[in-house]
Design a protein around this ligand. Structure first.
Ligand SMILES: [Fe+2]
Ligand SMILES: [Fe+2]
Length: 456
């Protein structure tokens, strides 16, 4: 149970019941941004029932139908049989709403998933008119710092609460909300910041609609998406701490990864591949692909090769480059410097072929998208080639490896080296390790730039 911002005495009290954590959070924000309300959250019918047993003074229950422990229908039965004067709005998939057609006990309103924001608002407005309650929200609406962090760049000014009535602006519109800010607020025990309600109405409606649109795709579960979101903050912190990346790099990469992730999850085939890769289940390839954009952008930046689109290209290439690999079979070879020799010894023919062909297979998958620049396909196809012409699948001569591909390959090498040595990582050791190998073309230029940057 979680209690949100408490409004003035004229507020309405709403109990929101939903088993999907991110949807529960967004629904609460959304309702709170539209109405002068106190919102209490429950993650299933049983938790809601327990709340109502000790505190029945709610004006509304907004509830999902399908939930573990106790569903929305059973919760409604409990409310009606206890004669609680609470309006009940069921947020339901279409087929569940039909259940109530034959029942005596019916909700006061049913809004159907997935696109329910407008119907929910109009149901609430109609029912609050009846209750003669002021539906004007407070001037400020709260949002958790963890939620705001997910969006990188701040969409509207954010305020901290000093006292009951006093709010002070802490971040301007378009400021970056990065790991440093998140840590700063956490250290001061600030868990929530505030948006002006006039902005939060637009912001949370957009967030909720985007979430619902994304959740339409059955191939990627909410749970998987949530785990990825949570892991991202840890990955950024690790990258910034170990490699000392600048705030600009952190900011541009995080925004690019977010954009890239949204691009690829709109496609069912890619989405299916991500699902097969078992997101969020300790899959080392996903961790590898999430760290890589930071290093790839770092190399591009020190080489002066960046443009407006390079962070996005590197983010896409990172997320997609190993997407066709099976993490249980192939991960250890992906991270090995002499991967082909070891893989040939240890894998059967089918799995070895899958490994050798994965750069081309992933590039092929990327080529199906109009939104994905052709550079990205090239980077993906070349990511296991090397400076000495002994890579795979084509053993390309260094002169045939594109500059952005070279940057990506070096970033990949750094990451694999880091995986081996962990916290002991030092760039000078990596440079020493690769000094004899990066002796031609773009690789040599990158090596020199790494030496110069590390020597500063
Ligand atoms: Fe790979
Ligand atoms: Fe890789």
């Amino acid at each position: 149970m979680n209690k949100k911002n408490i409004g003035t005495p004229s507020h309405i009290r709403i109990l929101v019941v939903e088993d999907e954590p991110e949807l529960l959070e967004l629904l609460s924000y959304f309702v709170q941004s539209e109405f002068n309300s106190e919102v209490v959250e429950a993650k299933n019918g049983l938790e809601a029932k327990k709340i109502l047993e000790v505190d029945p003074h709610f004006d509304f229950v907004i509830s999902d139908y399908n939930m573990p422990e106790m569903n929305g229908g059973e919760l409604l039965d409990y409310i009606r049989s206890s004669h609680l004067p609470i309006k009940f709005i069921l947020v339901s998939a279409l087929d569940q709403s039909k259940i109530f057609q034959q029942k005596k006990i019916t909700p006061d309103a049913v809004v159907t998933k997935p696109f329910f924001t407008e119907p929910l608002l109009s149901a609430l407005r109609q029912l609050t008119e009846h209750l003669e309650i002021d539906s004007k929200p407070d001037q400020y609406t709260s949002a958790s710092i963890d939620h705001l962090f997910r969006f990188g760049t701040v969409p509207y000014p954010l305020f901290a609460q000093l006292s009951d009535k006093k709010f002070i602006k802490v971040l301007k519109e378009n400021d970056y909300f990065g790991i440093e800010e998140l840590e700063r607020f956490r250290k001061k025990n600030i868990t929530h910041l505030y948006l002006e309600s006039i902005h939060s109405q637009i912001f949370f409606k957009k967030q909720l609609d985007a979430f619902l649109a994304l959740s339409q795709n059955k191939d990627l579960s909410h749970e998987e998406l949530t785990i990825v979101n949570n892991d991202i903050s840890l990955i950024i912190k690790e990258m910034v701490t170990i490699f000392g990346f600048s705030k600009e790099l952190e900011c541009s990469t995080k925004n690019a990864v977010d954009l890239a992730f949204h691009t690829i999850t709109t496609d069912p085939a890619i989405n299916g591949s991500i699902k097969n890769a078992k997101l969020g289940s300790g899959n080392p390839l996903i961790l590898h692909s999430s760290r890589l954009p930071y290093l790839a952008n770092y190399i591009v930046q020190i080489m002066g090769w960046e443009s407006d689109t390079t962070p996005y290209k590197m983010a896409l290439a990172s997320i997609l480059h190993d997407i066709t690999l099976n993490h249980q079979i192939h991960a250890k070879f992906e991270f090995d410097f002499d991967s082909t020799k070891v893989a040939q010894k240890e894998l059967n023919k089918e799995h070895f072929d899958q490994f050798i062909n994965h750069p081309l297979k992933a590039a092929n998958l990327a080529s199906r998208f109009a939104e994905i620049p052709t550079d990205v396909e090239m980077i993906i196809a070349q990511h296991h080639e090397n400076c000495e012409g002994t890579g795979f699948p084509y053993r390309l001569n260094h002169a045939r490896i594109a500059p952005l591909s070279s940057a990506f390959i070096v970033a990949h090498d750094i990451l694999c080296y880091y995986d081996r040595v962990g916290d002991q990582f030092k760039m000078e050791n990596f440079i020493e390790h690769k000094n004899d190998h990066y002796q031609s073309g773009h690789f040599k230029r990158i090596l020199i730039e790494l030496i110069l940057t590390s020597a500063k």
